[in-house]
Design a protein around this ligand. Structure first.
Ligand code: NAP
Length: 248
């Protein structure tokens, strides 16, 4: 049987590119989404076109009950999990901390941090040898914002991604003897829809001159790092955070 991968937020952007590349590298893929079932289905079709099995699963990663149902659906629909990409993430429109609201910060943390933690917990319950699993790999999506701080834009988002860096390191060490590797990828400015959801659809083009390589990156370039970290080629890599930022 092919190894089985769950990609949260797999219907668009980096998650969709990861699902497609993982399928090309031999993974069967479960594609999670929140709103756009048609987009998730199109990614599933691409996975099947590469000769792999695919499943789409609707769940808001901030909703614990929905996450539990999602993992059960993957168990039933595809089989025992071998990999998790904690990709689902949100930004918001630019807002200073002295203009912020607790509701916004709670949502930022609930999706970007707690959502990743709950998905990691459920994956470990299936993959860790401590729980009778056969091992696996987790890749978390951080952001260059965790290093830069995103002052004047979204410090709350950067704070959430900083938490992801620490979560990656701590969890990697916690499960290092249990057959599970945990790593993160820190994308820089990548051409996806996320910038439109932050109220700035042309952000990637506008920010390109700030990047040492003088261009934004593509979802495929981030997916390449993620899929490598999932693979056996990265068998001695755990607790690492890989920057995919064009040098920024
Ligand atoms: P994107 O294009 O906005 O896509 C987001 C994906 O996440 C969609 O599939 C969306 O599904 C899903 N999603 C959103 N909220 C969700 C939730 N609560 N539960 C489950 N799924 C949810 O984002 P992206 O640019 O590919 O970013 C992917 C990851 O990379 C994020 O963690 C982001 O923070 C990180 N990142 C991106 C950049 C960049 O420049 N693009 C830079 C650094 C880090 P629906 O469409 O169905 O809602």
């Amino acid at each position: 049987m092919n190894p089985i991968l769950l990609v949260t937020g797999g219907s668009r952007g980096i998650g969709a590119a990861t699902a497609r590349l993982a399928a090309a590298r031999g993974w069967d893929v479960a594609i999670n989404y929140t709103r756009d079932a048609g987009a998730a289905q199109a990614v599933a079709d691409d996975v099947r076109a590469r000769g792999r099995r695919a499943l789409t699963v609707q769940a808001d990663v901030a909703d614990e009950a929905a996450v539990l149902a999602m993992f059960s659906a993957v168990d039933r629909g595809l089989g025992p999990l071998g990999g998790l990409v904690n990709n689902a993430g949100i930004v918001d429109v630019a807002a200073r901390i002295d203009e912020g609201t607790v509701a916004r910060w709670q949502r930022m943390m609930a999706v970007n941090v707690i959502g990743s933690m709950v998905c990691a917990r459920e994956a470990l319950r299936r993959m860790s040898t401590r729980h009778g699993g056969r091992g696996g790999a987790i890749v978390n999506l951080s952001s260059a914002a965790a290093r830069i701080g995103a002052g004047g834009q979204y410090v709350d988002y950067a704070t959430a991604k900083g938490a992801i860096d620490v979560f990656t390191l701590g969890l990697a060490r916690e499960v290092a003897t249990e057959g599970v590797r945990v790593n993160a990828v820190r994308p820089g400015i990548i051409e996806t829809d996320i910038h439109a959801s932050g109220g700035e659809p042309d952000r990637a083009a506008r920010m390109a001159p700030l990047v040492p390589m003088q261009r934004s990156g593509t979802a495929q370039e981030v997916a390449a790092a993620i899929v490598w970290l999932l693979s056996d080629e990265a068998s001695y890599t755990t607790g690492s955070v890989v920057d995919v930022t064009g040098g920024r």
